[in-house]
Design a protein around this ligand. Sequence first.
Ligand code: NAP
Length: 308
Amino acid sequence: MAALRLAIVGLGKIARDQHLPAIAATEGAELVAVASRNASLEGVAHFATLEELLASDLPVDAVALCTPPQVRRAQAALALAAGKHVLLEKPPGATVSELSPLIAAAAQAGLTLFATWHSRFAPAVEPARVFLAQHRPRSVAVTWKEDVRVWHPGQGWIFEPGGLGVFDPGINALSILTAILPEPVFVTAADLAFPSNRQAPIAADLTLATPSGLPLTAAFDFRQTGEQSWDIRVETDGGMLLMSGGGARLFHDGRSLIDEPEREYPGLYRRFVGLVGAGRSEVDLAPLALVADAFLLGRRRSVDAFEG
Ligand code: NAP
């Protein structure tokens, strides 16, 4: 089969850190263009905008939208209307409801829409899912605390409406949680800390539950300095399962089961190539719905202004 000819839209941090090397390592995928207002890549066709790319006669099969969530729906709609398969970075949109028309447009045109959750491709995720299918969880505690100044330098969009604030990384934990637990999860309470000068929370504490009554908590904080935490701790009737490093490592009662280097994005692109080949879409909105519900239900506190 001919390689999938890809264009990246938005050449920011994640496009450079992960998408470029992952595409280069993916059999059956080839980067042929970049749409970026500010940057270009040697040897790859460059357009300032997605509109210019779509108006050109360069053959492109699919676009990977690596722009902030606030602008992605309009870009996805344009690309689908032009007959391109679409890969959406996470979160799939700035709202839950904006995804339905995209799903319908992809289905009607026979195109692939892939709403990615990169953390689900971390090496500990599938083994954790299998463990939790065999050992009943009793409680779950998520701790996702990172320094926004280190991990999101200059990304003003993150604190704008639709940018999700601390849920930008927190939704990765929710994407793992919704993949590994044997039953659905819902939000029962949320405490959201908004800097007095920002439109999105810098910290959030969630209480969640499942239909069977499993107690879950999630603590998200963007103000963490020193040691960073991306941990999910599950007490089960078969011992304590700890996933750390965002899914890179897995421990059972302190014994290491998995400890592997980062390789989420190559898996993600393999899936995209496979979905296109099979003529299928994959859009799971459960993590985004949890974030939306935290905003719906959350108590809002004003905290110190954030200058970042
Ligand atoms: P970023 O560094 O700010 O890059 C986003 C890029 O999108 C910008 O460099 C810019 O590219 C383009 N862009 C920004 N505002 C735009 C606008 N108003 N209209 C059109 N294009 C615009 O952000 P990022 O960290 O790469 O994050 C992008 C997405 O990837 C987010 O949804 C984020 O959640 C997700 N993600 C990020 C990470 C991470 O660690 N940073 C990890 C996984 C997923 P040009 O200058 O090239 O036009």
